[in-house]
Write a protein of this length. Structure first.
Lengths: 354, 354
């Protein structure tokens, strides 16, 4: 491992217990029955621990949406042609995609990153170009990338989120775009969670039963060819990953190292989280699961990581749409903690004397 | 029934199928795999049917939070003293309650209505005073109110939402405040859904096992004393209801009559919805369940009404906090439908040719 990655992992510290105790004490004095705001209370307290502030604040918000192509599309694992990855990047930049609408609603800026799209996207002022290569290699024939590329992609993710932090960033959501990336992600889930491939493989953009069986067999072949070591997350990422998945690993690590909470999106971001938490177990406390995706396998992945999603609306689009909705919930939790009056301030009677 | 109530019920029409078909057709052309935004797509289409617009819009938002007191508190069914109802009304008006924070986050105005608080709240410019009486009577000894009062309270709710509609209102959320109102509501759930009282009765603001058993016995006594007729929703409301619950029945009916979608809050709003849907079955299509409350019985009530909640965060506060979060989801759904580009507009390839 290189210095940047190693140092970033070392920077990820346990949550600030003192800030959390103060936030909990304040929650218990606010004008409501104790605990009656349920998970919003828990979220506000963990947020205090992450930001190291008794009154955490969410003002500057960003979704980092990373795009990459996958050599495994040669095995015909999906319904959409590979050029859609590049077309959707242009759609993000033009503001016409779902993530633009949802991020607009939430007040988050969208950072679009080319981590490895298999097309020359040209020089676009709004596009962050961190292209590692023009798509990964076909993982059924060997590793999807070299280990050097995997580290380079993670470090690109660290640098992207560090640049955003310099501009002001109180919370970040992850997002992805990449034709073929549910195949790569399902392979990562199978290895990292030790589940059968068919239990973690879903229909992606809408496969038939026959297409799904083919996708499962492709993933099984990729795992057999590569023999990834589940105890070595970098090995798993190298052999089965994608450049956008590796980049998101870096975003998660880099944000946590700077005490910035991360809301993860659905199935693809979950694959990145499985790798990132294995690299830095303390990271888990910095992550919120934005939503539960309808993509089969996401539920198992969240359970494996012990994460309870904030939203569950049968979405399965990616791009960061689920993390953007999750950011809204986290921001609401912070606002309640900051703005509500205490029993004393409001002159409201607490419980009756016994 | 009086003219206003009868006419309002008659005004609630089936959804606009043409607007819904147009919204569905547009959803299917947007740059995403069909159906990949899950329930957000369904919400946008139903919204089109409610607002009678192919491109529904949510700009003007309000939470109507109705307060009332309950004579049944004489039976010692809760932990907080009755004066908390009035104190919390003042807290709403001062902006210090949870609903103020959540509504602020969502951009909704909060309309606070005194439907029957057992205290003189004085003349407050921001308070809508529609007091029917200073609290209901103790339902263990006879009807909570007269049938005339029940109709008067429903009609007050119709008038309150009609006044708001005149100011501009694209969506409304319901909210409640009333010490003792989980007891009244559980009684309504038991009768309307034909469930055993102990299955629909919860711990409210935080009862012990012993207190919960006492609350169940109080509700059983109230039902035995009054013999409410489950086929006559106005009879159930009269005998077991609260003035704020009756007012919320009116808000739901009045909004639907004006093609305004209603996001209902948790357990108390659910009791109002059970009554309102029984009065006007077509109303159901105009309602979105904002969230699933942690209060026992809410799940059963939602299942009885066939409603799938938008949010599930173990909240059990009321005030409209769950409906405000639900409004955010509905607004997001509308925004996606309006703002996303189609495949043609964005130059993105649809599925590969077979």
């Amino acid at each position: 491992m290189s210095d940047l990655l190693q140092n970033t992992i070392k920077m990820i510290q346990p949550l600030d217990k003192e800030a959390m105790a103060k936030a909990q004490a304040r929650q218990d004095m606010l004008t409501k029955p104790q605990g009656s705001l349920g998970r919003l209370e828990e979220v506000s307290i963990r947020l205090a621990g992450i930001q190291e502030k008794a009154l955490p604040r969410i003002e500057q918000k960003a979704i980092i949406t990373m795009a990459g192509d996958h050599g495994v599309v040669a095995e015909k694992v999906g319904n959409f042609p590979q050029e859609v990855t590049a077309q959707m990047v242009f759609n993000f930049l033009a503001g016409g995609a779902a993530i633009n609408a949802v991020a607009g609603q939430v007040g988050a800026r969208v950072i679009v990153v080319d981590m490895g799209v298999a097309a020359d996207l040209g020089d676009k002022p709004q596009l962050v170009s961190r292209k590692i290569a023009a798509g990964t290699k076909n993982m059924t024939q060997g590793p999807a990338m070299t280990q050097e590329q995997a580290v380079e992609a993670i470090e690109a993710g660290i640098e992207v989120v560090t640049d955003e932090a310099a501009k002001g960033l109180d919370i970040v959501g992850t997002g992805d775009m990449g034709i073929g990336n549910t195949t790569s992600s399902a392979a990562i889930y199978a290895v990292m969670t030790r589940q059968a491939v068919h239990d973690v493989t879903g229909r992606g953009t809408g496969l038939t039963d026959e297409q799904l069986a083919h996708k499962v067999s492709v993933i099984q072949r990729a795992i057999k060819t590569n023999c990834p070591d589940p105890k070595n997350p970098l090995d798993v990422l190298t052999k089965l990953g994608g450049f956008e998945i590796a980049g998101l690993v870096g975003v998660m690590l880099g944000a946590a190292a700077r005490h910035i909470p991360v809301v993860i999106d659905g199935f693809i971001s979950g694959a990145a989280a499985l790798i990132a938490i294995a690299l830095a177990p303390e990271l888990k406390n910095y992550l919120f699961a934005g939503h539960r995706s309808a993509e089969a396998g996401h539920r198992l992945g969240l359970e494996y990581m012990g994460m309870n999603p904030l939203i569950d609306l049968d979405m399965r689009l990616g791009e960061g749409t689920g993390s953007a909705l999750g950011i809204f919930i986290v921001e609401t939790a912070a606002r309640i903690l900051a703005e509500m009056a205490t029993f004393g301030e409001a002159g409201v009677s607490d419980k009756e004397e016994e």
